[in-house]
Design a protein around this ligand. Structure first.
Ligand SMILES: [Zn+2]
Length: 412
C-alpha cells in the first residue's frame, strides 16, 4: 500500500529494482545446500511450500490493490480530502506550504492505513522461513522507507501541482517530460543515495570470482563493471543479483549468499546474465517503456480528472484539478490505469530476461551450470516453477524457472 501512495515513485523504484529478483538465489543453509537440492523428497516438500507461498503472495497482491483503491475512494467521497486541505489552510494560505503539509499528512496516513497489508507481506516471509528479520528490524526499515518516500514524493507532488496550476491544458506533457529526467536521475542516484540506507555495499574482493569476471568481460568485449557485494542476508534467506544504476553509478550487485554458497562457475553465469542486461541496454529500454506508459497515464488523468471533479462536486468538494485535495483522485485514476496496463511491463521484462539468459549462455556455454543455478534459485527462493499462465502473464517479470531451465537444456 505504501508504494501505492505515490504510484509514480513505484515506477521509478521498479526501474531500479528491475533486475533484482533476477537471478540466482540461495539461502543460508550453508554447506548442506548442495545435498538438499539433490534430495528428492525434500525437493518435493519444498515445491509444495513454493506453490503455497506464491499463491499467498498473489492473493495478497490483488487484495492490496483492492484495499488501496478502496482507501482512495473512501478518502475522496467521504469528503476527507477536502477536509484535510481545509484544515491545512487554517495553518497556512501559501500554496506551496498547503501542498507540502497536505502531502506530508496524506503520505503518513496512507502509510498507517497500509501497515496491516505491509505487515502481512512480512508475516508471509516469516511464515515460510525466508526472512532473517525480527519485527523491530522490519519496522525500522519501513520507517526508513517512508522517509525516502516523503522526500521523493514531496518533490514529485509539488512539481505536478505546480504544473497543474501554471499549465492546466498542457501540464501532462511537461510532467511526462520532467518525469523521464527525474527517473533517470533517481536511477542514477539510487545506488549511492538510497540503496546504502538499507544495506552495506562493498567492492568484491580479489579472488577467483573477480578473476573470472575479468576474463568474462574481455570475452564479452565490455568494460569491467564495478561489482559490489551486499549484506542481503541481513534481510532475507533469498538470494539475488542485480544490475543497478546508470551512467557513472552502474554496477552489478551480488547478494552475500550467492558469493558464500554458489560455485565460482555458477557466479560467473549470474554475472554474465547481468552483463547481458548492460550490453543490451535494458535499463534504458525499460525507462523508455515506463515513461511512455506513464505519459499515457498522465494524459488519461488530464482527460478524466476535471470531469470527475465536476460530476461529483457535491461529495468531493474539490475546487479544480490544481486543488491539492484532488491528489487521491489523481492516484486513484493512476492506480486503475496501472491495473489495466499491469501486464505490459512484466511481459517486456520477461522478454529482456530471456535475452539476458541467452547472452549468459552464449558467454559461458555451460548448460549444466545454468540448470543447477536455476534449480537452486527456485529451491531457495520458493519460486513456483510452473505458475498459472494468467499469473505469469500478469505478474512475472522473469520467465518461470521451468522455462528458464528448459531454455538452458535445449541451448545449442
Ligand atoms: Zn535479468
Amino acid at each position: 500500500m505504501i508504494r501505492k501512495v505515490v504510484l509514480i515513485i513505484l515506477v521509478s523504484f521498479f526501474l531500479i529494482n528491475m533486475c533484482q529478483g533476477l537471478i540466482l538465489a540461495q539461502g543460508q543453509e550453508e554447506a548442506t545446500a548442495q545435498s538438499q537440492v539433490q534430495d528428492e523428497q525434500q525437493k518435493e516438500e519444498r515445491l509444495e511450500q513454493a506453490i503455497k507461498y506464491q499463491n499467498a503472495k498473489n492473493v495478497h497482491f490483488f487484495a492490496d490493490q483492492g484495499y488501496t483503491i478502496l482507501f482512495l475512494i473512501l478518502f475522496l467521497f467521504l469528503g476527507l480530502s477536502a477536509f484535510l486541505r481545509h484544515q491545512v489552510e487554517k495553518i497556512t494560505r501559501k500554496r506551496f506550504w498547503v501542498i507540502f503539509l497536505y502531502s506530508l499528512i496524506f503520505i503518513l496516513l496512507a502509510f498507517i492505513i497500509g501497515l496491516p497489508s505491509s505487515y502481512y507481506g512480512f508475516h508471509l516471509e516469516q511464515k515460510f522461513q525466508l526472512s532473517n528479520q525480527n519485527f523491530g528490524q522490519w519496522f525500522g526499515e519501513q520507517l526508513k522507507a517512508i522517509l525516502v518516500l516523503f522526500i521523493i514524493g514531496l518533490i514529485i507532488i509539488e512539481g505536478i501541482y505546480f504544473a497543474l496550476k501554471k499549465a492546466p491544458k498542457t501540464w501532462w506533457i511537461y510532467v511526462s517530460v520532467v518525469f523521464v529526467f527525474f527517473t533517470v536521475v533517481l536511477v542514477n542516484l539510487a545506488p549511492i543515495l538510497i540503496l546504502p540506507l538499507f544495506n552495506v555495499y562493498t567492492p568484491l574482493p580479489q579472488g577467483e570470482v573477480r578473476d573470472r569476471l575479468i576474463s568474462l568481460s574481455e570475452k564479452a568485449g565490455v568494460e569491467v563493471e564495478d561489482i559490489f557485494q551486499m549484506d542481503m542476508s541481513k534481510q532475507t534467506k533469498k538470494v539475488n543479483a542485480a544490475l543497478t544504476g546508470i551512467g557513472n553509478t552502474k554496477r552489478i550487485i551480488l547478494g552475500d549468499n550467492i558469493i558464500n554458497e554458489f560455485t565460482p562457475e555458477e557466479i560467473e553465469f549470474v554475472i554474465a546474465h547481468e552483463m547481458g542486461h548492460n550490453v543490451l541496454q535494458h535499463i534504458w529500454k525499460v525507462i523508455a517503456l515506463s515513461s511512455f506508459i506513464s505519459a499515457i497515464g498522465f494524459l488519461i488523468i488530464h482527460l478524466s480528472m476535471g470531469r470527475i471533479i465536476h460530476r461529483f462536486r457535491k461529495s468531493l468538494k474539490i475546487e479544480n484539478m490544481a486543488d491539492i485535495a484532488s491528489l487521491p483522485l489523481f492516484l486513484l485514476i493512476f492506480s486503475i490505469f496501472s491495473l489495466v496496463t499491469l501486464p505490459v511491463i512484466p511481459t517486456y521484462s520477461r522478454h529482456i530476461e530471456r535475452q539476458a539468459d541467452k547472452f549468459a549462455m552464449d558467454m559461458t556455454r555451460n548448460p549444466d551450470v545454468a540448470v543447477v543455478a536455476f534449480e537452486k534459485l527456485a529451491y531457495k527462493n520458493l519460486s513456483d516453477p510452473n505458475p498459472h499462465p494468467v499469473i505469469e502473464f500478469l505478474l512475472y517479470d522473469h520467465p518461470p524457472i521451468s522455462k528458464r531451465i528448459k531454455f538452458a537444456e535445449t541451448y545449442k
